[in-house]
Write a protein that binds this ligand. Sequence first.
Ligand SMILES: [Zn+2]
Length: 416
Amino acid sequence: MKKILIILLSFAALQLQAQDLPQFKRIVKELSSARYQGRGYARGGANKAGKYLEKEFKKAGADAVTRQPFTIDINTFPGAMEMWADGRKLEAGVEFSMREYSPGVKGEFPVYHVDTLNFDGEKLLADLSRPENAGCLVCCDFWFTYKHGKVFSQLQKAGAYPNAGLLYTWEAPIKFFKAYGEKVVDKPIVWVTPEAIEGVKKVKLNVDNEFLTGYELFNVIAKVEGERHDSCYVFTAHYDHLGNLGRKVYYPGANDNASGTAAIVTLAAHYAKHKPGYDMYFVAFSGEDANLRGSTFFAEHPIVPLEQIKYLFNIDMIGDDNPVQYCEVSDAGMSQFPRFEKVNREQQLFQALNRGALAANSDHYPFAVRGVPCIFLENEDGQAFPHYHTPADNIKTIRWDSYTPVFKLVTGFIGE
Ligand SMILES: [Zn+2]
């Protein structure tokens, strides 16, 4: 009798931690499909994905699903996206890309290759002031320009020097960084691979940008009622991504962050089936890849007082296969970090939890700086990671390994 009870109880415990890999895969596949165009802004993909998520949260059995709208000003590249190097057409998103705050550009330009071996900032600026170098694109390794920011920042401003713009070289694949600038600088800035631009004398560009002002986005908030309402747990993941680069290229963002978004929907489904001890909120943020705008808005306009949050779990990029799990923990969350380590050890989930320094790299940050106990879970440096912020972060390159252990880690932490 006792034995049967134990078996039944442990079966119940297993049930209680039932991840749902097929559901996870289905949602990742949908969100990273062409229909959402990389969940960006120029084509309305982010808002379309938000509407899809509202349906999914309802299907998952959430007690309430609401929208939290906010607006942003943002630079986008919805139209032409073409570049030729000495007549050879380059591949957008692979061989070249635009700096997020670049204006559009049309025309043919001579290329001025900066001599980084015998570099002298003053000499460079003097040389660029000469009439024969007017209208050129100044080409240089990005990290070199970063090191000599004082010199190169002047080449972005209208009127300061007669160069037409800048070409920054970056090893392939070109990372689109933040896709969206909240401003537009005076002169065009193009990312290009060193191979594509080496020895090139002339560059032709045909690029359209569109700066959107007061563009409305929304966070999707799903709630599962618990036994108690005086405090709550919060799961967060951003569902927006880099959108598109011109008409033809889009960034599917299967790992970043269809993966985390799908994970919190399966967590909502799980807790809807097993009434939790406390209220549970599942917040899918928009505007993350545009400088954490959705999460910052939520933290400034919380729907529950921030001090009632027992713990917040921000899941971003878990579509990977590194057996060591990266995490960041807020100061307020540190006293409970050993519990994550205990669950991880006891259930043999990851080889280790590798805790890094807190950074403004995802949606946990606006909460961490406001004293909310929180953890950021990201599976870095696996086989999917090299495709981060490239059009190749798609359903083919995503890895499914980390979803189940992450699911078990957070549900095991909450317990009950
Ligand atoms: Zn992300």
